[in-house]
Design a protein around this ligand. Structure first.
Ligand code: WQD
Length: 332
């Protein structure tokens, strides 16, 4: 099977491309390097010792997408490409709605024209908003508090409506919790170009003395130590969840929804202390005010993915912290 991986040079996309190639799939990557680096193409080839087709294109460009589908027999699409910064989405909602929704609509139109009927979508636990209880199940109410999360919610709805009308379309909505970690080779990892929005890349910048101190956004939440609790999942476990979803779509049509999380919640301070301990580093921090839009706690009930996909996250928090640091220290 040949899989089109949009955003395949990005953090999650590149790790998924590696696992697809390792599993024997043929891969075509399209990426416009908006939030990724060109050298990731060669890094994927180095890790897997396998070749694949690459296109530097924007998924919103219908002419470019038709060219790819006319040159490559695409059996399924995994759609990672999209803007993903919560704070930026509040400042630039029009750009987020145009890019994230237009790219999806273009892909779905071209897929229909070329008879490609399997679509895996990179969704997010952010569609659950602030859950009334924990752990979170896939049938929980959906609500969002920022344009980034709302694009994910809207795209889930668009895919549901289209799958209802096109009975031969198979869709998997994968709701990621908090991906962290890096490939064991230290060739792939999360490397934001500017000041990181997310916790782990920020911790790594402080641990490697690229930034002076970590600001912890509030320690007055209703959590064990007062800091925010999240379900951190190793990016390789997340990538492997996509392989399982593709296998499931071989035999199913309609819309399948899965939480991809570990089911365990760790606080900000848990992550800081674990990073310090396993990597023998110091992460100085200070408590500051809460970040607008943050919720106290969020972690998955991953039962459905285990029962229906045969997928469970295997890597623990220490391995996530070790792999993150190993990548950053070797790529400064
Ligand atoms: C985690 C915890 C912060 C930074 C978001 C999106 C989600 C996905 C991942 C894209 C919270 C605290 C953070 C810092 C801190 N995005 N924190 N100091 O907000 O759970 O999820 O990013 O794929 O869809 O919603 O992740 O890493 O930003 O925050 O104290 O400098 O760390 O308050 O409790 P979040 P995060």
């Amino acid at each position: 099977m040949r899989i089109l991986v949009t955003g395949g040079c990005g953090y999650i996309g590149s790790h998924t491309a590696v696992e697809l190639l390792n599993a024997g799939y043929e891969v075509v990557i399209v990426d416009n390097f908006y939030n990724s680096q060109p050298n990731v193409v060669d890094k994927i080839k180095t890790i897997t010792q396998k070749d694949f087709a690459f296109y530097e294109e924007d998924c919103c460009d219908e002419k470019a997408m038709r060219k790819i589908f006319s040159e490559q027999k695409i059996d399924a699409v995994i759609h990672f490409a999209g803007y993903k910064a919560v704070g930026e989405s509040v400042e630039k909602p029009l750009a987020y709605y145009r890019n994230n929704i237009d790219s999806t609509l273009v892909l779905l139109s071209v897929m229909k024209e070329f008879g490609c009927r399997k679509f895996v979508f990179s969704s997010s636990a952010t569609v659950y908003g602030d859950p009334a209880s924990l752990p979170i199940k896939e049938d929980f109410p959906l609500s969002t508090t920022n344009p980034y999360g709302t694009t994910k919610l809207f795209i889930e709805r668009i895919l549901t409506d289209i799958a209802y009308a096109e009975k031969d379309l198979s869709v998997a909505l994968l709701r990621y919790f908090n991906p962290i970690g890096a490939h064991e080779s230290a060739l792939l990892g999360e490397s934001p170009n500017d000041i990181p929005n997310n916790l782990m890349p920020y911790i790594m910048k402080v641990a490697t003395k690229q930034l002076p101190i970590l600001n912890i956004f509030g320690d007055d939440y209703d959590t064990p130590d007062g800091t925010g609790v999240r379900d951190y999942i190793h990016v390789v476990d997340l990538a492997l969840g996509h392989i399982k979803a593709l296998e499931k779509l071989e035999h199913e049509t309609g819309v399948l929804i899965y939480n991809l999380g570990t089911g365990k919640g760790y606080s900000v301070l848990d992550l800081v202390k674990t990073c310090e301990r396993v990597n023998h580093v110091e992460v100085p921090y200070q408590i500051v005010g809460r970040r607008p839009g943050d919720i106290a706690a969020c972690y998955a009930d991953p039962t459905k993915a285990k029962e229906e996909l045969g997928w469970t996250a295997e890597k623990g928090i220490e391995e996530m912290c070790r792999d993150s640091y190993n990548f950053v220290i070797k790529n400064i």
